[in-house]
Write a protein that binds this ligand. Structure first.
Ligand SMILES: N[C@@H](CCC(=O)N[C@@H](CS)C(=O)NCC(=O)O)C(=O)O
Length: 200
């Protein structure tokens, strides 16, 4: 299989973490794609131009971290990050999707900051900065929940890559002044799969 990524994308990082966690390194080639440039050869492989993108053993391609992570987790018939009992565990699902939306907001902020200064929207930046802080306050309370404390789950991985992206991309360290979140993130950062996928 081939997993197309950029080494800075938090969504691609989720796929890379699953490759490591599921011991799939021998089966999945991780390939760097050139995104966000005109006429990238990558658009011949994935016309949407986004990462992550997985080409499976049959040659079929799929995009989006959500389906790619679920697929990689399912290959051995023992999904750990997508426990089937969680599909209708709405308390868990609420946490996972809150983390996804927090991550998306941080990335909107980051993309806006990548634009030339005269093209940036101050109102978008302020809106996303405020969203990120509100969501960090939410997770300062919620990380104590056993659903966020115990066992492997996508909710935990998504929140961890989102917080790490915020810290690395200039959004700011959202764990500062939030002791529960800081302690939680400290433990998550020790995971070998988090360390081995840290952006350059
Ligand atoms: N919902 C998608 C989002 C993927 C996404 O937006 N990836 C960004 C990198 S973080 C990307 O590929 N950007 C390149 C582009 O927009 O052309 C997922 O979860 O995989």
């Amino acid at each position: 299989m081939k997993l197309y990524v950029t080494f800075t994308s938090p969504y691609a990082r989720l796929g890379r973490i699953l490759v490591l966690e599921k011991a799939l390194e021998d089966r999945v080639d991780v390939i760097e794609a050139k995104t966000r440039v005109a006429n990238s050869p990558y658009y011949q492989i994935n016309p949407s131009g986004r990462v992550p993108y997985l080409v499976d053993d049959s040659g079929a391609g799929m995009e989006d971290s959500q389906i790619i992570c679920a697929y990689l987790d399912s290959l051995d018939g023992k999904p750990r990050f997508h426990d089937p009992r969680r599909r209708t565990d709405w308390a868990y699902q609420r946490l996972e999707f809150a983390a996804r939306n927090m991550c998306e907001g941080i990335l909107v902020w980051s993309r806006e900051m990548h634009r030339p200064e005269n093209e940036r929207s101050p109102s978008v930046l302020a809106h996303e900065a405020a969203r990120g802080r509100r969501m960090a306050d939410v997770f300062e309370e919620r990380v104590a929940d056993p659903l966020m404390q115990d066992g492997p789950s996508m909710a935990r991985l998504i929140l961890a890559v989102a917080l790490d992206a915020a810290a690395r991309r200039g959004f700011g360290d959202l764990t500062t002044g939030r002791p529960q979140l800081a302690a939680w993130m400290h433990a998550m950062s020790d995971l070998p799969s988090m360390q081995r996928t840290a952006p350059p």
